[in-house]
Design a protein. Structure first.
Length: 215
């Protein structure tokens, strides 16, 4: 089993719904983003092309971050998901240097508020209870492993059933994102990647990403 994702570039409109869904799902603090959408333009008017690139941790099968972590905080599960055990993270940030995709962030100050000087919102208060984040640790996308694990315990299928699928995939209004098992050649995701000739981001880095981009 190897959980993976495909993103259809022509469908992505750069709305940032996936970014906001990730923020809400994990109660991410200010200035911390586990997913991003980069928007740029190329060409000269009137022949201008808009470029939209949704980015997050590529959940590499050969993760350089795991090799670089001296404390074992960055780990890889049997299903391929790379995650960070905040209790073991020493905040050295070696993994951030090792990651060729710049997909990690460092959470430093727990005092920051979304509305400085106005106190914590109800959302922030709830997050500190339901999904507390430690200061001085590295954070990144974990493919919503909590949703996957809880869903599978109920007999649900990630990528098919909403409750077992990453929040960003569910939130995408144009259905540009797909999730599933890359290890299963007959899964909908594997067939889609093969049929549309999906390509990983920077394959020359030799990390074997689990996220594919479709033209």
């Amino acid at each position: 089993m190897r959980w993976g994702m495909a993103i259809e570039m022509k469908r992505c409109i750069g709305c940032n719904a996936c970014v906001l869904a990730c923020k809400a799902e994990h109660f991410l603090p200010p200035e911390i983003f586990w997913s991003r959408v980069l928007i740029a333009e190329t060409g000269v008017y009137p022949a201008v092309t808009k470029l939209i690139y949704p980015l997050r941790c590529n959940q590499c099968q050969e993760p350089k971050c795991v090799e670089a972590c001296p404390t074992g905080a960055t780990q890889q599960r049997a299903d391929g998901i790379v995650w960070v055990d905040e209790d073991k993270c020493a905040g050295c940030r070696y993994c951030m240097v090792a990651c060729p995709y710049q997909a990690r962030g460092f959470y430093e100050d727990t005092r920051k508020e979304y509305f400085p000087g106005q106190g914590l919102t109800d959302f922030e208060k709830m997050g500190r209870i339901l999904y507390p984040h430690q200061a001085g640790v590295v954070q990144k996308c974990n493919f919503c492993l909590e949703r996957i694990d809880a869903g599978r315990e109920k007999g649900l299928t990630p990528g098919v059933d909403r409750e077992a699928t990453p929040a960003c995939v569910i939130a995408c209004p144009t259905k540009a994102m797909y999730f599933g098992d890359l290890a299963d050649p007959y899964s909908a995701l594997s067939r889609l990647v093969k049929e549309k000739k999906g390509k990983p981001f920077h394959p020359e880095y030799d990390t074997d990403p689990s996220i594919y981009y479709l033209d």
